[in-house]
Design a protein around this ligand. Structure first.
Ligand code: FMN
Length: 153
């Protein structure tokens, strides 16, 4: 079995729905070879990161940057992951009121330092809430899990 770790920050009902949808996408019944664990950034430990064969990160944009919660996750796990997770496939989704680029940039700079590999285009869900966001994150979860199972990453 391959291991997919989803780290999702859910400070609002909408972001909780996003996390539920990405999780259910990754659990698509056609995908049988992937174990999935979803945690909040505050719950996620370095052991979770070292367990993972791929990581999906979900965050809000706050004050032009990733959420403090996701930053805390990186602060606590960066040194432990450095040199032990080279090439780790990952993808991100960002829920932003209007922008999202500062968050994308911030995550990219950290994951570049870690030498992780972005395997799906970043999904930025910005502007007023739209229900289509749910299918977009669902697809992201499914394609990451399916790609991991198929060994394409
Ligand atoms: C303190 C605070 C700062 C925020 N800063 C930004 C920001 O810099 N850029 C942005 O696009 N959205 C910003 N937002 C909007 C949040 O990203 C958005 O409310 C969050 O993703 C939750 O989405 P929801 O309102 O659909 O539940 C901010 C929200 C809060 C509460």
């Amino acid at each position: 079995m391959k291991h997919l770790l989803i780290v999702a920050h859910t400070p609002s009902p909408n972001t909780k729905q996003l996390a539920d949808s990405v999780f259910s996408g990754s659990q698509n019944s056609a995908i049988t070879g992937v174990d999935i664990v979803m945690k909040t950034p505050f719950e996620t430990t370095i052991e979770d990161v070292l367990w993972a064969n791929a990581v999906l990160l979900g965050t809000t944009e706050n004050l032009g940057y990733m959420s403090g919660a996701l930053k805390d996750f990186f602060d606590r796990t960066y040194n432990g992951a450095l040199g032990k997770t080279d090439g780790l496939p990952y993808a991100i989704y960002i829920r932003a009121g209007m922008d999202g680029t500062g968050t994308q940039r911030g995550i990219k700079s950290i994951t570049t330092g870690l030498r992780w590999r972005e395997v799906q285009p970043p999904l930025i869900l910005k502007g007023d809430w739209r229900t289509e966001f749910l299918s977009e994150v669902n697809d992201l979860g499914m394609s990451l899990a399916a790609g991991l199972e198929a060994g394409v990453f």
